[in-house]
Design a protein around this ligand. Structure first.
Ligand code: PLP
Length: 403
């Protein structure tokens, strides 16, 4: 659906009670963009609000609840005295980070482009590969930014195929018939919001098939959550991106690295693709603090190992607590879970009921919004409190429904 700027801002209540900036400040960019895409479906007034005086447990935006590791924080603080300098007069340089990322992934500096979060990478890939005659292919549901940008800003047609209804895995076989003549296929692996993965073998077979059917079509793998994947079948598509023309992998420091507010991400692809992506990059797009923090955290592998172990333990606890109540989740390989609450209530009703207790869970994910709720993984303490709320909310409704 195309949305006029005026209609969009009106939908957000801009000019009535709150500005777009206030909206983003309150709910985050992911929700802002999602709202832009859903605008016309639902009025903003239906969003849950927190009762006064209740402290929020924010498990709605797939953030790392603990933030960056100590080495990253020290790096940011250490750079403050150089805040007056342009990034090219400071160190480390963005080139140093590109070289480090390349080295860690067996590539060369020319294979890496940095972005203001991976959102800049996703947008620039759309700018490079899509046009009104070269469509985008996506699974449904998936992370909304690429399709939102393609459809609403670039006016590019989008073709999608539903995820597997049983496993909620991206159905690569169902996407294949859509790829001929496409500008780009977007695969989020692990997928947001379903939390599932496609195995390394499935991904490399898919790439080979796409290359056969539509050799000029780019394939963008968004691996925002890959650090959290614990299934042995998961493999990053980085080696494919380094060896196959038009295969790209987007990564971010916003999730496991805990730096969503620092805004830094990157893409790995062929030198030619990077040259094309770099044309859209803003001068000095990444800042001194982000570069220093990203370098420090890449050198601190132990911190990520601990974060992944922590997330896995809390994820297991949360999945089990919901299963004990009779609600199954998809096989999560991320820092969020996707849970089937459909026999009791819609995701919107669940979200509103949880918000009354200060627990903020994820938004609607059409076309599965009637049945599935996305819950981000907070700290163990937060999830103990949150699962107590889930018990109250889901039990009270199932009792009411049974009466
Ligand atoms: C799958 C996916 N890709 C990309 C992003 C954007 O992340 P960044 O903060 O790197 O721009 C998100 C954010 O939630 C995401 O879920």
């Amino acid at each position: 659906m195309s949305v006029s700027r005026r209609g969009f801002l009106q939908g957000l209540g801009v000019g009535r009670s709150r500005s777009a900036a206030e909206f983003m400040a309150a709910r985050g960019h992911e929700e802002f963009v999602a709202e832009a895409m859903q605008q016309g479906n639902r009025a903003m007034g239906q969003r849950p609000t927190l009762p006064p005086g209740v402290e929020a447990i924010r498990i709605s935006s797939n953030e790392n609840p603990l933030g960056p590791g100590k080495s990253a924080i020290d790096a940011i603080l250490g750079k403050f005295p150089e805040a007056n300098r342009y990034p090219f007069n400071s160190s480390p340089l963005d080139a140093d980070l590109e070289i480090l990322i390349a080295k860690l992934n067996n590539g060369k500096r020319e294979n890496v482009t940095l972005g203001v979060g991976s959102q800049e990478i996703l947008k620039n890939a759309a700018r490079v590969f899509l046009s009104t005659t070269k469509h985008l292919v996506i699974p449904s549901p998936t992370y909304g930014d690429p399709a939102g940008f393609a459809q609403n800003v670039m006016k590019v047609p989008v073709k999608s195929a539903p995820v597997n209804p049983k496993t909620l895995k991206t159905d690569l076989a169902a996407l294949l018939p859509l790829v001929k003549g496409a500008g780009m296929v977007y695969i989020c692996n692990p997928n947001n919001p379903t939390s599932t993965i496609n195995s390394g073998q499935e991904i490399s077979d898919f790439v080979a098939e796409v290359r056969k059917v539509s050799p000029t079509t780019a394939i963008l793998f968004d691996e925002a959550y890959s650090d959290y994947a614990t299934d042995k079948g998961f493999q990053s598509a980085m080696p494919l991106a380094l060896s196959t023309p038009n295969v790209l992998v987007a990564k971010t420091f916003s999730k496991a690295y805990g730096m969503a507010g620092v805004r830094i991400g990157y893409v790995i692809a062929s030198a030619e693709t990077n040259r094309r992506m770099a044309r859209w990059r803003m001068p000095y797009n990444v800042n001194t603090f982000g570069v220093a923090a990203a370098m420090a955290s890449l050198k601190d592998a132990q911190h990520i190992k601990e974060e992944v172990a922590r997330n896995t333990a809390v994820r297991d606890f949360t999945v089990k607590a919901l299963a004990d109540l009779g609600f199954q989740s998809a096989d999560s390989q991320t820092n969020f879970i996707f849970t089937d609450i459909g026999k009791t209530m819609t995701a919107a009703a669940f979200r509103d009921a949880c918000a009354k207790h200060g627990v903020m869970v994820g938004r609607d994910f059409p076309p599965l919004e009637k049945q599935w709720a996305r819950i981000s993984i907070g700290t163990m303490e937060e999830m103990q409190k949150a699962t107590d709320v889930f018990k109250q909310v889901l039990r009270s409704t199932s009792t009411a429904a049974g009466q």
